[in-house]
Write a protein that binds this ligand. Structure first.
Ligand SMILES: [Zn+2]
Length: 411
């Protein structure tokens, strides 16, 4: 029997970093040669285990350890990275999963089937479309929306996936992979500062936040900066500036997050009052009612400021997604697993979307664990987590796997 060896996970993460990273960080962008190298390396690790390996129609790699029951417990992650990415995002989940497969396989045939999935193109770094493999598998993808997507060099997504044997017409056939899935577990670095600020290694993810994403256009009047008295101006930027501060108060009131990521102005010259200000607003909350309230309050505030500044205002939706809460029993079990390792567990929502959200949308009971990120930074070469915390996270995922297995057997 092999006991769980979290240090081996740390060593393998470093091995992967050396193989697929450069000085600027990880380069495992999906559907590129470096990604293929990472995948091949992962396959070699898996081939040492009594698992069946396959790649589905969406490019997701599955390793299946058959159990007494055909009911399946899934552990997932993504080996792809953003360009100049970190050494943990996505691949920690995968390599922790490999270590847990080793431990379980060494104990003989498990009572239920355990599968590890490496989702294809979680990051969407090249074509701007995240969660490619998991959304095809969950069924939420509309392949027609992806047909026109091109990378910076003008290569179509459909052309980039073809050498990997993938075709947009058939990607959704990967849905059959979830047929026997009874639970899905994912470990991920937090990619934010919450656990670090609380000095906690591990947290339970309650779900992924719903998102309201809009552009807001304020329309005023261009006027000469020298000849137009202050009280005669219709300054579009005045209203945008007021709103950009107000959304912080809205977020605070509702315990959510709101971000103005961009404001562009026209004519955008030093000698003119701003005639048009286009701003983006991103609002997130785990609770659908709170999210709706934040959206409504931002709209009301925009109209109030437009009136004060004597300008027009128009909203247009960029994107929205409902909150995706994780499974309540799995949240309890994840808490228990963490508390066996460290005295305090913390529950928090995930602002970023993850593959786990897609699996949950497909109706599979889902949970995520977060491990602390140093400086709250990710998608960057300075992304890091203390090695002792990495080891604890592998241990926590392993304990959660055992608890989930028992839960499924009792069900
Ligand atoms: Zn990730």
């Amino acid at each position: 029997m092999t006991t769980l060896n979290p240090q081996r996970t740390i060593d393998e993460l470093k091995e992967l970093r050396a193989l697929t990273g450069i000085e600027d960080g990880a380069q495992r962008v999906a559907f590129t040669p470096v990604w293929a190298t990472a995948r091949q390396w992962l396959r070699e690790k898996l081939e040492a285990l009594p698992v069946e390996i396959e790649v589905d129609e969406a490019g997701n790699l599955w390793a299946t350890l058959r159990g007494e029951s055909t009911d399946e417990l899934l552990i997932g992650g993504h080996i792809d990275s953003v360009p100049n990415g970190g050494w943990l995002d996505g691949c920690l989940n995968i390599l922790a999963g490999v270590e847990i497969l080793r431990r379980i396989a060494s104990e003989g045939k498990p009572p239920i089937t355990i599968r590890l999935v490496d989702w294809a193109d979680e990051e969407g770094a090249r074509f701007g479309r995240s969660l490619f493999g998991s959304s095809a598998c969950s069924g939420t993808m509309n392949p027609d929306e992806l047909r026109h997507l091109k990378d910076r060099d003008g290569i179509l997504l459909s052309e980039a996936i073809a050498p990997f044997g993938l075709n947009l017409d058939t990607v959704k056939e990967s849905r059959k992979q979830l047929k026997n899935a009874k639970a899905y577990l994912e470990l991920h670095i937090e990619q934010g500062p919450v656990l670090e600020s609380m000095d906690l290694p591990l947290g339970v993810v309650l779900g992924t936040c719903g998102v309201e994403r809009h552009t807001i256009r304020f329309t005023g009047q261009a006027a000469h900066s020298g000849s137009t008295p202050m009280d005669k101006r219709r300054d579009a930027l005045g209203a945008a500036a007021k709103l950009s501060l107000e959304i912080r108060e809205i977020a605070k009131r509702h315990n959510g997050v709101c971000t103005v990521g961009s404001v562009t102005t026209k004519p955008g010259i030093v000698t003119s009052v701003v005639a048009q200000a286009d701003m983006t607003l991103d609002q997130r909350h785990l609770d659908a009612n709170e999210l709706a309230a934040m959206y409504k309050e931002a709209q009301e505030a925009s109209h109030r400021f437009a009136e004060e500044e004597k300008v027009g205002v128009e909203w247009s939706k960029l994107w929205e997604i409902h909150p995706i809460p994780f499974h309540s029993r799995l949240i309890e079990m994840a808490d228990e697993a963490i508390k066996e390792i460290t005295p305090v567990s913390h529950r928090l929502p995930s602002g970023p979307l993850h593959d786990a959200a897609e699996v949950a949308r497909a109706g599979v009971p889902t949970i995520m664990l977060f491990v602390q990120s140093l400086y709250g930074i990710s998608h960057n070469k300075i992304e890091d987590t203390k090695e002792e915390h990495i080891a604890q996270s592998v241990d926590a995922l392993d304990r959660l796997t055992t608890k989930t297995m028992h839960w499924l057997m009792d069900a």
